[in-house]
Write a protein that binds this ligand. Structure first.
Ligand code: RVP
Length: 486
């Protein structure tokens, strides 16, 4: 029958990149990309908005490495605003006044010593009651006093010729002051010499270490936030807190009620609005007039049971390429979300037309992800669960998936709760991921993400070819950092 003349849809393991003529050395490949119309990143990687993946700690680490963390929404609107603020304020060159530890001139030296220990700082500006900077006191100033004069006043022990700078100081200028005067911290003052912030040597160095960090125009780290399709309040609160990109977080964004609401959210916020998830060209056409980005993935996630439970889904390579066909005509970036197990999958997604990729399980095992390390049978794991799992829905997973029940046994979950191997730092995981993607760029002879999208070609892989592609007929004795048998 006509109905059974069905089109074929492909996923990662069905295809390989065709090796092509190249002069591209992987080290020279440039992976910078857009995740949404107005947000460009140095690496094309996002972390999933899941409560076992992205909270502010991981989002900060992602942005420092050049990617983007998307905060999950299994929390109150106030908590979302706080989490966004934490990311935006992390690693600012100038620590703001409210976060600067200060001393007052009448305090005793031993008092200040204890306070600095408690706060984990090794120096503090000394200010009087109206915040005028009188001096600066450091552990080095204090040390001799602790032996012979610990009840002396801070005003005795402090350095009172303070080198200060104004708010518009650059990292370079601050470093020069520190070098010239052999100091480690420079108080930032207003015209009345009142303290408004502090620049520390550690802060400057940290910033230089992360030259590719994702930053907004004013130098703050970038933050992405998931918002439910009907959560106008969370969207506006996240926007006001400084979120750079809002992600409409829905399992099926080709729902016309969702699209109406997403359009309304877009009209209310300054942040870019990425709409998802979708998996077809028809869905892409429906949102092309207002979306700043399109996120693709109906059922590919490692913890996702949508395809089994609902019978619906789109294998990810086909889904990405259908959406990209439409999005590229409108200049809208595409994010491939879910199902990526290896760096090879990530570069295949880009070859199929994505501008960036989003991963959950890949990052859930890192130190920066929420949750603690658990040991089972002598191996270390971290918890990883679908946002449509019973556990996540019970703790308020929102309306991403059908949730029309109060009782646990009434939920119809579309995800599972699982554990994923413990992996160490996010930075080392990202290093492997991006390194592998650059290697792929070398094989296809493409030096940039747009070149991969335009030039890469696929070949179809048979079951025998698939087996051949993995280690075979050997017993692995030492695990590689970027490969584990599935
Ligand atoms: P993966 O990287 O394969 O672990 O997939 C992560 C993605 O899976 C998420 O970004 C999200 O789109 C999807 N997800 C999250 N929860 C669920 C679920 O419960 N079905 N799916």
């Amino acid at each position: 029958s006509e109905k059974l003349r069905v089109p074929e849809a492909l996923t990662f393991d069905d295809v390989l990149l065709r090796p092509m003529e190249s002069r591209v050395e992987p080290d020279d490949a440039d992976v910078a990309t857009h995740v949404s119309k107005n947000v460009k990143l140095e690496i094309p990687i996002l972390s999933a908005a899941m409560d076992t993946v992205t909270e502010s700690d991981l989002a900060i680490a992602m942005a420092r490495e050049g990617g983007l963390g998307v905060l999950h929404r299994n929390m109150t609107v106030e908590e979302t605003a706080d989490e966004v603020a934490r990311v935006k304020q992390a690693h600012e060159l100038v620590i703001r006044r409210e976060n600067v530890v200060t001393a007052n001139p009448e305090q005793t030296v031993s008092d200040v010593d204890k306070m600095m220990g408690r706060e984990g700082v090794s120096g503090a500006p000394v200010v009087d009651t109206d915040d005028t900077v009188l001096g600066i006191i450091s552990a080095t100033d204090i040390r001799p006093y602790l032996e012979v004069g610990e009840s002396d006043a801070v005003s005795e022990a402090m350095t009172d010729e303070v080198i200060t700078a104004s708010e518009d100081v650059t990292a370079r200028e601050a470093l020069e002051l520190m070098y010239d005067y052999k100091i480690e911290r420079v108080p930032i003052v207003d015209e009345q010499s009142r303290l408004v912030g502090l620049v520390t040597m550690q802060g400057v160095l940290e910033r230089r270490e992360h030259e590719y960090a994702a930053r907004d125009e004013s130098g703050r780290l970038r933050a992405g936030v998931a918002v439910g399709p009907f959560e106008i309040d969370r969207a506006t609160a996240a926007d006001e807190a400084g979120a750079d990109v809002l992600f409409i977080d829905c399992a099926h964004a080709h729902n016309l009620n969702v699209i109406d609401s997403a359009r309304e959210i877009k009209s209310l916020v300054d942040a870019d609005v990425v709409v998802g998830n979708i998996g077809t060209r028809e869905a892409a056409q429906e949102i092309a007039d207002f979306a700043d980005g399109m996120k693709v993935g109906i059922g590919p996630g490692s913890i996702c049971t949508t395809r089994v439970v609902s019978g619906a889904g789109m294998p990810q390579i086909t889904a990405v390429s259908e959406v990209a066909d439409v999005a590229s005509k409108h200049g809208i970036p595409v994010i491939a979300d879910g199902g990526i197990r290896y760096s090879g999958d990530a570069i295949k997604a880009i070859a199929a037309g994505a501008d960036a990729v989003m991963l959950g399980s890949y990052f859930a095992g890192t130190d920066e992800a929420p949750g603690r390390v658990i040991t089972m049978n002598g191996k270390r794991y971290k918890q990883y669960r679908g946002m449509g799992s019973v556990g996540a829905m019970k703790s308020g997973g929102g309306d991403r998936y059908l949730k029309d029940a109060d009782e646990e046994d009434e939920f119809v979950p579309e995800g599972v709760e699982a554990a994923t191997p413990y992996k160490g730092t996010l930075a080392s995981e990202l290093h492997q991921l991006v390194g592998g993607m650059k290697s792929g760029m070398g094989y296809v002879g493409a030096e940039t993400v747009p070149e991969v999208k335009a030039a890469a070609r696929f070949v179809r892989v048979s079951a025998a070819g698939q087996t051949e592609g993995h280690p075979h007929d050997v017993m692995i004795t030492d695990e590689a950092p970027n490969y584990s048998p599935q």
